[in-house]
Design a protein. Structure first.
Length: 382
């Protein structure tokens, strides 16, 4: 009993230290990145880039077609995301070449566990989002307007050059919802592909089909949040909708882009095991049993400060259900040191990629196959 208590206390201390370190290091890198150039809010009008995917409705009105909201925007106004403004009947992006976060992260932090294990990536994010999730961990960017963040001018060419200079093989669009900086993401990704870099994005999945299909040829992978499996949760907790997310997941799969799914399990809000089973069955039937699913541990953040962290037992139970349903790669995240940080071969059961949190400690794949039994493990390994 004493030993169990001691082990559990030690594990908790390790978790807390790991989380504090990631937050401190992350914030430090963001601040260092933005420090050299004087921060800017909105670029001058002559430097704004016209938005893509919108319609002119007449009388100076426009309708944005980029995400599920399809905002109708009057002259001088902005869409719900606050990143697209109607000036004189033309829609402009306020965040093109205007990021507020540039950071080097491990690929595992995305989380993407079947893509370049142990590698680092250059990540970009801007102000704002098209959702208002009560639990957002990046609210200091995603729930602020472009005037409220410290931004730097960085063209797509400079962004790609920066990745090469800092020795990253990949570029990621993350932190806030990349749909709300679509034009910037698209142009960087296109250039990055020409330079032979790997590209991916982490999204809430509410982009509309046309811009998504146009983007995917320039993306190697996507990490999509499936925040819950009920419309109620999406409406009440994320001010959003579930259906567009399911549509996005299917399109990414259809287009052959590598896909991993993340579900943040929040106590009392989306931890009903019957619903989780339904979600796992949907993933199996629509995306395939090989699609990695990450159950992520919730910690109190933003407007959900009164809820406790997700109990590890809840995450274990969710993983058990996903495996019962037939999903082959089910992970537990935000719980450094948990056995489900690692990858096991679905055929022989051997540990083939050992991770502690985001750190890869052992890699036992040979040409994309289990080193023990030769079973092919799907992903992008080289
Ligand atoms: S991208 Fe922004 S402006 Fe466009 S529909 Fe979505 S929330 Fe509205």
């Amino acid at each position: 009993m004493v030993t169990d208590n001691w082990k559990s206390r030690t594990r908790r201390v390790i978790e807390i230290v790991a989380i504090i370190l990631f937050v401190v290091i992350g914030v430090t890198i963001i601040l260092q990145t933005t420090a050299p150039s004087p921060p800017q809010g909105v670029p001058p009008k002559e430097k704004l880039t016209e938005a893509r995917y919108y319609q002119k409705l007449g009388d100076g009105m426009v309708q944005c077609q980029l995400c599920f909201r399809k905002c109708t925007i009057q002259e001088g106004a902005r869409g719900v995301c606050e990143n697209r403004i109607n000036i004189g009947g033309t829609l402009y992006s306020l965040v093109y070449a205007n990021p507020c976060a540039i950071q080097i992260d491990p690929v595992e932090k995305e989380p993407l566990f079947h893509l370049l294990p142990g590698d680092t990536t250059l990540c970009f994010g801007t102000a704002s989002c098209n959702q208002k999730c009560l639990f957002c961990h990046n609210w200091h960017m995603s729930q602020r307007t472009v005037e409220e963040t410290d931004n730097i001018a960085l063209s797509p060419e400079e962004a790609v050059t920066m990745a090469a200079e800092v020795g990253c093989n990949s570029i990621s669009f993350t932190y806030n919802e990349p749909t709300v900086f679509y034009e910037y993401m698209y142009d960087i990704a296109k250039l990055a592909k020409e330079m032979g870099l790997v590209t991916y994005f982490h999204s809430n999945g509410t982009i509309n089909p046309e811009p998504l299909r146009a983007l995917l040829p320039y993306m190697d992978a996507a990490c999509i949040d499936l925040k819950a499996f009920t419309e109620e949760f999406y409406l009440n907790v994320s001010s959003s909708e579930l259906e567009p997310v399911l549509r996005t997941l299917k399109i990414i799969k259809e287009e052959g882009v590598w896909l991993e799914v993340v579900n943040l399990l929040i106590p009392t809000l989306n931890d009903d095991m019957d619903k989780l089973r339904e979600m796992c069955i949907w993933i199996r039937d629509n995306l395939g049993e090989d699609t990695p699913l990450h159950f992520s541990r919730f910690f109190p953040a933003y407007k959900l400060l009164k809820l406790p962290p997700t109990p590890l037992e809840t995450l274990d139970k969710a993983r058990e259900i996903a495996q019962e349903v037939g999903l082959k790669y089910v992970y537990i995240g935000n719980a450094p040191g948990h056995i489900a940080n690692s990858t096991f071969c679905p055929q022989c059961g051997e540990l083939i990629i050992k991770r502690v949190g985001f750190i890869v400690q052992q890699y036992l794949l040979k040409e994309g196959r289990c080193a023990y039994c030769g079973y092919p493990i799907p992903g992008i390994w080289d």
